[in-house]
Ligand binder design. Structure first.
Ligand SMILES: NC(=O)c1ccc[n+]([C@@H]2O[C@H](COP(=O)([O-])OP(=O)(O)OC[C@H]3O[C@@H](n4cnc5c(N)ncnc54)[C@H](OP(=O)(O)O)[C@@H]3O)[C@@H](O)[C@H]2O)c1
Length: 265
């Protein structure tokens, strides 16, 4: 059972995409422990149910939602259920994402390219589009877009993922401008290299498929102890949902900045 001394997000409703595992699940659990009611959204029913049940069993409030962020109807239905069952969400964590199979542009099928953009960019757009009017009606909102340092560091074979996250960063900056009159702030996050299914899958692609360099890079993250636990970016996301983080509207924040940001506020 969680303590009651620090309930940073008491009274808030948070909609977290990709909440069934990894960074999204850790974020859902942390925000719930800090008082927010959580809509846990992703495509896999077992995973969203298990996270929502865990939160409820610990005394929090949560509902599981089967949502495909690339599907306009599915996103609209998810937000409507959240509004009906928990209230209008004023926190949106656009965390659902995929790297796809990292391949050079010349070897990449257009459908695979589109799949990465649909999940990482269009999904965040569709969710923001549903969330914004609900946040505006509450005159407060926070949109956190989970991006990646890959948006800034070009690596051969990573065009779809990197370009999609760069697009997400620019979406963040524009959401910041559009949200400001309604007291809605949008902030991007580079979560570091995190020990999740995404990294596991990236390691499992053979060198034959993705080339020696990328294959070695993904293995080295694990072999050299560079993987962070999902609870670390979750802590950053939680901080970015506090009123004090409003000053970061339109910024893209790296995990390493958390301690200094907390000191500043
Ligand atoms: N792990 C890292 O090192 C790292 C580094 C930088 C950035 N990131 C970013 O962090 C975010 C979370 O990734 P993770 O590492 O926690 O990976 P993960 O464990 O694989 O989680 C990804 C989540 O996104 C959901 N998802 C994927 N496509 C979806 C869709 N179309 N609709 C709804 N949900 C969808 C997945 O659930 P379903 O498959 O059930 O839908 C899952 O819950 C991603 O945006 C990723 O790009 C991760």
């Amino acid at each position: 059972m969680w303590g009651v001394e620090k309930r940073t997000h008491e009274g808030r409703v948070a909609f977290i995409t990709g909440g069934g595992r990894g960074i999204g699940a850790a974020t859902a659990e942390l925000l719930a422990s800090e008082g927010a009611a959580i809509a846990v959204a992703a495509r896999t029913l077992d995973e969203v149910s298990s996270v929502a049940e865990g939160i409820s069993a610990s005394g929090g409030k949560s509902i599981p939602l089967v949502v495909d962020v690339t599907d306009e109807q599915s996103v609209a239905a998810g937000f409507e259920r959240c509004r009906e069952e928990l209230g209008p969400p004023t926190i949106l964590v656009n965390n659902a994402g995929t790297p796809g199979v990292p391949l050079p542009v010349a070897a990449m099928e257009p459908a695979a390219w589109r799949g990465v953009f649909e999940a990482n960019v269009t999904g965040s757009f569709l969710c923001a589009r549903e969330a914004l009017p609900m946040m505006a009606s509450e005159n407060w909102g926070r949109i956190i877009n989970v991006s990646s340092a890959a948006a800034r560091h070009p690596l051969a074979g990573m065009a779809a993922y990197s370009a999609s996250k760069a697009a997400l960063d620019q979406l963040t900056r524009i959401l910041a401008l559009e949200g400001e009159p309604y007291n809605i702030a949008a902030i991007g996050v580079y979560p570091g290299v995190v020990d999740t299914r995404m990294q596991e899958e990236s390691r499992s692609f053979g060198a034959k498929l993705i080339g020696d360099q990328l294959h070695r890079m993904f293995s080295n993250y694990r072999d050299f102890g560079m993987l962070r636990q999902p609870e670390e970016p979750a802590e950053l996301i939680s901080y970015l949902c506090t009123p004090a983080a409003e000053r970061l509207n339109g910024h893209i924040v790296r995990l390493e900045q958390l301690a200094s940001l907390k000191e500043e506020s």
